[in-house]
Design a protein around this ligand. Structure first.
Ligand SMILES: O=C(CO)COP(=O)(O)O
Length: 246
């Protein structure tokens, strides 16, 4: 199996003091043979952490970017600004942004294009609601999200995060994840041809130190996008350890 990738999405958490303490604890505990580890702090911590992480194997990601490179967009941050800071990844289309900011597939696609142009690796999130899963519409929903959110020639990472599993402590079961991964791979190949075979797929939604090993061993799961557990050094390190062993 190829090297896995573990991404910590800190969401809107982290003062300078917390962030430094968390990162120092992570660096102190990283196993010798590590998977790709990415942390995505809030924008305010990026500059400080670029400096701290410069000579380490931990990469930095942002949690969003604008679709334009510059211009009159008060409060926004562009992809080239992130590259300029030394950021390598950007999470796009997270369900919290889709829900709280009304982000549509089309916007996510434009942001993914901007991220790629700036040299960032986009991590595009998709996922169904509980109602959509209960009514058996989840695969249709995911198929449409892939079609709408991923640009032609997409070469980033796809993150499957069922909305009902985010922050609930109720991760999808290994059967649900395995079945969905199979669907997503088929859909990527149907929509992108040969290159659809190489797009890495992460699972996210209540991943923790207890369930990481079983989730990471599911066929086609290339890693995890971790929210709450990425704020606790011990739990995050244990997930990283599970990926090293997978
Ligand atoms: O939204 C997530 C990561 O992007 C998942 O969050 P939790 O791990 O807290 O469920």
């Amino acid at each position: 199996m190829s090297r896995q990738i573990i991404v910590g999405n800190w969401k809107m958490n982290g003062t300078s003091r917390d962030s430094q303490a968390l990162v120092q604890a992570l660096l102190a505990g990283l196993p010798a043979s590590v998977p790709d580890v990415v942390i995505c702090p809030p924008f305010t911590q990026l500059a400080l952490l670029t400096d701290t992480l410069k000579t380490t194997s931990v990469a930095l990601g942002a949690q969003d970017c604008h679709k334009d490179a510059s211009g009159a967009h008060t409060g926004d941050i562009s992809a080239p600004m992130l590259t300029d800071l030394g950021v390598s990844y950007v999470i796009l289309g997270h369900s919290e942004r889709r829900q709280e900011h009304g982000e549509l597939d089309e916007t996510v696609r434009e942001k993914a294009v901007a991220a790629g142009k700036a040299g960032l690796t986009p991590i595009v999130c998709i996922g169904e609601t509980e109602d959509q899963r209960d009514s058996g519409e989840h695969f249709d929903t995911l198929g449409w999200q892939i079609k709408g959110s991923l640009p032609d020639g997409f070469s980033g990472i796809l993150a499957y995060e069922p909305i009902w599993a985010i922050g609930t402590g109720r991760a999808a079961t290994t059967d649900e994840i395995a079945e969905t991964m199979k669907f997503l791979r088929e859909e990527l190949v149907r929509q992108f041809g040969e290159s659809g075979k190489t797009i890495r797929i992460l699972y996210g939604g209540s991943v923790n130190d207890k369930n990481a090993a079983s989730i990471l061993s599911i066929t086609d799961v290339a890693g995890a996008l971790v929210g709450g557990a990425s704020l606790k050094a011990e739990a995050f390190l244990s997930i990283v350890g599970a990926a090293s062993a997978a």
